[in-house]
Design a protein around this ligand. Structure first.
Ligand code: AVJ
Length: 320
């Protein structure tokens, strides 16, 4: 039987070898690039967890504090008996804050590209929330979002924390918000957004003293060595993460420190001395600029919470 659910799950699983294909294609471009979604294999996810604990990386702890501080109000806005749909590899800690505040959520539908991560979600939540319907979906939320309805559940609320929206260029972010809105069937969206601030503060958050972000960035090369038998010398590339004030985004690169030839899946890839590989954008918004984009996507910005230093924001957007 090909249920809609089974179809969604199967179609969404990335084909085998997609990292190899994308890596070769991205390194054949000028300028070279690697998509940031490849950061998050097991080693990369562990490094990202370490980033979240860094003194310079204010995002995770500020967002968690805001969620805790306003959980009651958020729960009231979401309403009773909702299905929470979380987009992407969220953190279990954040969704637990929501689930605890909601008291009577009916279902939790995490959507993620990693089946291993989803298995962990189910293992961790099942015993603590015995009445909660858990529906992990393997899928890439940057592609189509067709989430089949659960019987008897009419209210959906989207959850997209961590300022992952910042990884998308503004046009793509707008398109993603539109797709999410369509997938939520009239439900609202709770979304975390990192804010424009002193460039020095932003720079420090992506250039930490302990060098964890550099390891996170270079994990792309380490992963290619592990999975594809590539021969990247991690010492021959530099982590470079400047803030582009004009575009209001952090840009991450791996810069080749010398002229070199790497072998990838038996194929040569040449790097000039000083040549960059673009690995990530992390866009920052003002509260106003984000609300404007949300309006263009068909949402009504209903509430926004921010910290005293205005480092980070959480928005509750209602479907229009
Ligand atoms: C998970 C995409 C929000 O952009 O800050 C952290 C990823 N990159 N340090 C971000 C990241 C470098 C992070 N997001």
């Amino acid at each position: 039987m090909d249920t809609p659910l089974a179809r969604l799950q199967r179609d969404a699983i990335p084909a085998d070898g997609s990292f190899a294909d994308h890596l070769l294609a991205g390194l054949a471009k000028t300028p070279k690039e690697i998509a940031c979604k490849y950061f998050y294999d097991q080693a990369g996810s562990r490094l990202f967890d370490q980033i979240c604990e860094l003194p310079e990386y204010y995002q995770t702890r500020t967002e968690t504090m805001l969620l805790k501080r306003h959980a009651g109000e958020i729960a009231a806005l979401m309403g009773q008996g909702v299905e929470i749909v979380e987009f992407g590899a969220g953190s279990l800690r954040k969704v637990r804050i929501l689930l605890d505040a909601l008291r009577t959520p009916r279902a939790y539908t995490p959507l993620d590209i990693s089946g291993d991560y989803l298995a962990e979600v189910v293992r961790s939540l099942a015993s603590d929330y015995p009445a909660l319907i858990l529906r992990p979906l393997v899928g890439d939320f940057s592609a189509a979002l067709d989430i089949p309805a659960l019987p008897d559940i009419t209210r959906r609320a989207g959850f997209f924390p961590g300022s992952t929206i910042g990884n998308f260029r503004p046009e793509a972010a707008l398109a993603l918000l539109r797709r999410m809105r369509a997938g939520l069937n009239g439900g609202g969206l709770l979304i975390g957004v990192d804010l424009v601030k002193d460039p020095a503060r932003l720079h420090a958050a992506y250039n930490d003293a302990a060098g964890i972000t550099a390891l996170f960035n270079k994990n792309l090369l380490a992963r290619a060595n592990r999975e594809l038998g590539a021969d990247f010398d991690l010492g021959a590339f530099a982590h470079y993460a400047p803030y582009n004030a004009g575009a209001q985004r952090i840009e991450m690169y791996l810069v080749s420190l010398k002229r070199q030839r790497i072998t990838l899946n038996g194929r040569p890839v040449d790097f000039a001395q000083g040549e960059p590989v673009h690995t990530e954008d992390s866009h920052k918004y003002t509260i106003e600029s984000f609300r404007e984009m949300a309006c263009r996507a068909g949402f009504n910005p209903r509430a926004v919470w921010t910290d005293e230093e205005r480092l980070f924001s959480i928005h509750w957007l209602e479907s229009r």
